[in-house]
Design a protein around this ligand. Structure first.
Ligand code: AMP
Length: 434
């Protein structure tokens, strides 16, 4: 199957050529003709399958036809996505695939000044790519004319529901014309998603790629069983492997992301972090440094990592095992993208066995247990990042003055801190000052 056979317009085909794609991915082959034919489409596909191009390419082709037919310019396309990172990534896709057309686009998301976004909306654009909160905010104050919308895309709809955006999306969609083409993409088809599609779509066609919620086949998955206090040493041990040249590490908590990044930096491994306490420009900078190879390791939390689209990630490390199986699937989808192969490594402590079993049921197969060669499992040198976590948690969970955890947590905490060295006390993070 070729892109040409899918019925795309010449300028879009040129851009696909320039992107170096030789053949459409399965989601593209299935979705593009349906979208070109004017159907509402539900696309069940994970990140890494080429789903962004699956909606951007046909929408651009249709937009080119409308513009070519002399239709009055105005906002025709609205794409709503859960995170700023994803919005930026979709924007990059639109720019790449629209490079031989005269489409104008605005992006709208929180965490940055709204003035340039308002200006952009007023200046006359064809496409708006937005997160729900800021978009609703700006629409509520009558910025931009959305009465001419012909295409609505809800990307990563499952994640938007998880993040509680449904009420915002309802209000946004209410303000749009009912006669429009609506495309919805989601990693899985849950009852909630079905409800949303009934609400927002008309006679949608479903396109489902691969088994539901199954991690990409190209990713090799391993589990390392490791006592919690040895996780940081094990990570350092594994990072000695030269093949681990572009490593995305997931942790559960923001503060743990900073601790771990500090620790790795301290050990001579240049590391960036991405989590919701970082400003938008810091996040973009982190992604840029990671993409360019200026840093070899990116430490991220789940929410912040949504929409990270970086080619060539060699390894995903679940430093903290994900609490939800869906998060695991999303995380490891960051490697093995398109036609590459990648490794997904998960650290599992005694507390994670339940979640690991649930995950294996969820993905319908067992994950290979590995032991790290040459790693001293007995060498119980406590690592700062790890040692800090346990006492924090027990402190938070137990009522004030609870004898047991208060005692053991307190002493363990101090001890690990002491061994962690002074660098943790230095709060200024020089990596952003570069
Ligand atoms: P996505 O699923 O949209 O996040 O896309 C995953 C990656 O696949 C992106 O880096 C795209 O640039 C790339 N990609 C999209 N379509 C193709 C294709 N037909 N051939 C090769 N790579 C592609």
């Amino acid at each position: 199957m070729s892109f040409r056979a899918l019925g795309l317009d010449t300028n879009v085909l040129r851009a696909v050529d320039a992107a170096g794609y030789t053949e459409p991915t399965p989601i593209q082959t299935a979705a593009i003709p349906l979208i070109l034919a004017g159907h509402d489409v539900i696309g069940i596909a994970q990140t890494g399958t080429g789903k962004t191009a699956a909606f951007v390419l046909p929408i651009l082709a249709k937009l080119a036809a409308l513009i070519g037919a002399g239709q009055k310019r105005g906002i025709r396309v609205l794409v709503v996505a859960p995170t700023r990172e994803l919005v930026v990534q979709i924007e990059e896709n639109v720019r790449a695939y629209g490079r031989y057309m005269s489409v104008r686009m605005a992006t709208v998301y929180g965490g940055v000044g709204e003035h340039p976004q308002i200006q952009a909306l007023r200046s006359g654009v064809d496409i708006v790519v937005a997160t729900p909160g800021r978009l609703l905010d700006l629409m509520g104050r009558k910025n931009g004319d959305f009465s001419g919308i012909q295409f609505l895309v809800l990307d990563e709809a499952d994640r938007m529901l998880d993040m509680g955006f449904l009420p915002d999306i309802r209000r946004i969609v209410k303000a749009l014309p009912t006669k429009r083409q609506t495309l919805l993409f989601s990693a899985s088809l849950s009852r909630d998603i079905e409800q949303v599609t009934r609400e927002f779509q008309h006679a949608p066609k479903i396109v489902q790629i691969g088994k539901r919620a199954n991690p990409a086949e190209t990713v090799t998955q391993f589990v390392y069983e490791v006592p919690k206090h040895l996780k940081a040493s094990l990570l350092l041990h594994l990072l000695k492997e030269p093949q681990m040249n572009m490593v995305l590490i997931f942790v559960r908590m923001k503060h743990a992301a900073d601790h771990l990044a500090d620790h790795l930096d301290h050990k001579g491994i240049r590391t960036a972090t991405i989590h919701s306490n970082r400003s938008q420009s810091q996040r973009l900078r982190a992604l840029k440094d990671f993409k360019s190879g200026a840093v070899r390791v990116l430490v991220a939390t789940d929410i912040a990592a949504r929409g990270i689209d970086v080619d060539g990630i060699s390894h995903v490390v679940n430093y903290d095992f994900p609490m939800h199986s869906e998060d695991y699937v999303h995380r490891i989808g960051r490697t093995g993208r398109a036609h590459a192969v990648g490794d997904a490594i998960s650290f599992v402590t005694a507390a994670d066995y339940g979640a690991l079993r649930a995950l294996e049921r969820f993905i319908g197969r067992g994950i290979v247990r590995k032991r790290a060669e040459g790693f001293d499992y007995q060498g119980a040198v406590a690592q700062p990042g790890d040692g800090d976590e346990r006492p924090y948690r027990s402190k938070q969970l137990s009522p004030a003055g609870h004898g047991h955890s208060g005692h053991s947590g307190g002493s363990g905490h101090k001890q690990h801190r002491g061994q962690g060295g002074g660098h943790q006390g230095t709060k200024a993070r020089s990596r952003w000052g570069r």
